[in-house]
Design a protein around this ligand. Structure first.
Ligand code: ATP
Ligand code: MG
Length: 570
């Protein structure tokens, strides 16, 4: 395509609305524009990259034996009521009514729809296994849409659903998707690591996430420094610190007038955070849940939610709830005499001796508190693992980095098929629920993540596999007929070879054209300038600093060489 015919929307200024590199660069390169919070329009350049990523995903999904489908984004409430998720999904679901007041939603995900398709279309084990996927727009009214298309309210997802007759079959389907995901992210030039993830009430090692390391990521990933263990912090089990055994001292109530935070209490009692057990109150689906962890630890909401059978709304209790449960102001909650629906006690607290807790009375704490003698609760692992703790696999030290989830593979088992009565007839003539798996990739988030990993001060550095264009041909002076003729010839030849090539024939200075090419991240640049008198042009790779001067007749083979180097064919 000739750039004089293209909508080029590059910006020199860094837009104020963007905080992270991928968001800034997508706006600056003119790949997308914001419509509303978390809602974007894709401009031609952005759309090209999206389509390229989609092609990679399609090829790998098809190669893994999955079949493409397209379901409606608008889903009747009845399906969600059958699975029990119409109420459970909460505020993240965009809901609407038709003219007859019937409820619908804009699909945030499609388990219900695909389960419905399976129960209508698949009757016998002979039709199994089956894996259906789609690439489609999803809607989620995120609490905090941010970072451009990293966390948006409308986004493109590839979602796949597998149907098997038994667990062994599901294992095979799951492993195929795992392998397909590894290939997809490799081909997109994305360094994504597969980590163990929380699988909610289903449990087991049934869920894995593909994570890209990123300082702006919203997940914490636990890595072992010695073995290949990697898990989302939501999932990684902690190892309780076994406190030194001490004689139990007499319980004592102490006035602590101005000390309520852990820091203030550390100063007041002149001791370490480890001598405290904090009692945090949560509002979990309207119930008051108290969770006790050692003073220096963090509560793990996923672990807490799982022990409660899976929670929908999980937030800190408000002042009124705290007052009702403790009879005191915020900052003085403790396990002794507290009125809550459930008291959860982290295992580590059971191994502490003579510790300090809130007294459920404004301005007071208890000292010399001991589990078993002074209070009891439901004991378990309710806290986040911390850097330096033991790897759950090999016992060596773990470390933690931030990451962003780009893909998720999940064994659903019969969760949806049972609740929605989706059955098939097995070999022995019995009716059984489908064994299901679901597999998602955020296409738009993948695009942003690729930019996070591939950019420099001048702009995006697209991997050739997903680049919006492979080559840009830049005539330095469009008024020079000879330059234009050679540029046209090169452009025409590359186009014929199947190279996705653009020619910057705009009436702009060469410097402007170079800047735009760099910002847009086109992998190869061919500059047609004064050297044509010697039969030469400049050839430059976006990801390398040097410019080569090559003979005009070798341009095609040079481009072919770069494709081969990237394991791509023309
Ligand atoms: P997160 O923890 O980031 O909210 P999720 O667990 O809600 O993700 P899934 O329901 O597993 O995500 O969705 C599958 C994929 O869709 C994710 O791996 C991610 O790549 C993408 N995705 C999810 N939410 C968003 C969003 N708001 N914006 C862009 N992509 C998203
Ligand atoms: Mg989410």
């Amino acid at each position: 395509m000739k750039m004089s015919n293209m909508l080029i929307s590059t910006l020199r200024e860094v837009p104020a609305e963007a905080e992270i590199e991928s968001h800034k660069l997508m706006l600056r390169a003119g790949m997308m524009r914001k419509m509303a919070a978390g809602v974007y329009n894709y401009m031609p350049l952005g759309l090209k990259v999206l389509k390229n990523i989609e092609d990679v995903v399609r090829e790998e999904m098809n190669a893994a034996g999955a079949q493409e489908f397209l379901a409606s984004a608008m889903i009747p409430a009845e399906l969600w009521q059958e699975s029990g998720r119409w109420d459970a999904y909460g505020a993240e679901m965009f809901r609407l009514k038709d003219r007859n007041q019937r409820d619908f939603c804009l699909g945030p995900t499609h388990e219900e729809v695909f389960t419905d398709i399976a129960r209508n279309e698949i009757k016998s084990y002979k039709q199994l296994p089956l894996n259906l996927y789609q690439i489609q727009t999803k809607y989620r009214d995120e609490r905090r849409p941010r970072f451009g298309i990293m966390r948006s309210r409308e986004f493109i997802m590839k979602d796949a659903y597998s149907f098997d007759k038994d667990e062994a079959g599901l294992d095979v389907s799951f492993n195929k998707m795992h392998a397909a995901y590894v290939s997809i992210f490799n081909r997109c030039g994305l360094d994504a690591k597969c980590v163990e993830a929380d699988s909610g009430a289903i449990g087991g090692s049934n869920s894995a996430e593909f994570m890209v390391k990123s300082e702006v990521g919203e997940d914490d990933i636990v890595f072992c420094t010695a073995c290949d263990y990697a898990a989302n912090i939501e999932k990684a089990p902690s190892t309780p610190d076994m406190g030194e055994k001490e004689e139990l001292k007499e319980l004592r109530k102490t006035e602590t007038p101005n000390a309520r935070t852990i820091e203030e209490l550390v100063n007041f009692f002149n001791c370490s955070k480890k001598n405290f057990a904090k009692t945090l109150l949560f509002n979990v689906d309207g119930k008051v849940i108290a969770v006790m962890v050692r003073g220096d630890r963090e509560v793990n909401e996923t672990k807490v939610s799982n022990v409660l059978g899976g929670a929908v709304e999980f937030e800190m209790a408000d002042e009124e709830m705290v007052r009702k449960a403790t009879g005191a102001a915020i900052g003085f909650a403790g396990p002794i005499g507290i009125k809550v629906d459930e008291l959860l006690v982290d295992t580590e607290v059971v191994n502490m001796y003579n510790f300090i807790v809130g007294a459920n009375e404004t301005g007071y704490h208890f000292e010399n508190v001991n589990y078993g003698r002074d209070f009891e609760g439901k004991v378990g692992d309710y806290r986040n693992i911390t850097i330096g703790e033991k790897c759950p696999h090999c016992g060596e030290e773990i470390t933690i980095s931030r990451g962003t989830e780009v893909g998720h593979i999940f064994k659903l088992g019969t969760k949806y098929s049972e609740s929605m009565n989706a059955n098939f007839i097995d070999e022995d003539g019995k009716s059984r629920p489908f064994m299901m798996g679901c597999y998602g990739i955020g296409i738009t988030r993948t695009m942003a993540s690729i930019i996070e990993q591939h950019h420099d001060d001048n702009g995006i550095v697209w991997p050739l596999s997903v680049a919006p264009y492979h080559v840009t041909v830049i005539p330095v002076n469009i008024k020079d007929e000879n330059q234009m003729k050679i540029a046209e010839e090169i452009y025409g030849k590359l186009k014929k070879m199947g190279v996705d090539v653009i020619m910057d024939d705009r009436n702009e200075r060469a410097g402007v054209k170079f800047k735009d090419a760099d910002l847009m991240g086109v992998p190869m640049r061919i500059t047609v300038g004064k050297k044509i008198v010697d039969g030469e042009v400049e050839f430059k790779l976006r990801n390398e600093a040097d410019t080569e001067v090559i003979a005009i007749e070798t341009v095609a083979s040079r481009v072919e060489e770069i494709f081969a180097k990237n394991n791509l064919s023309l």
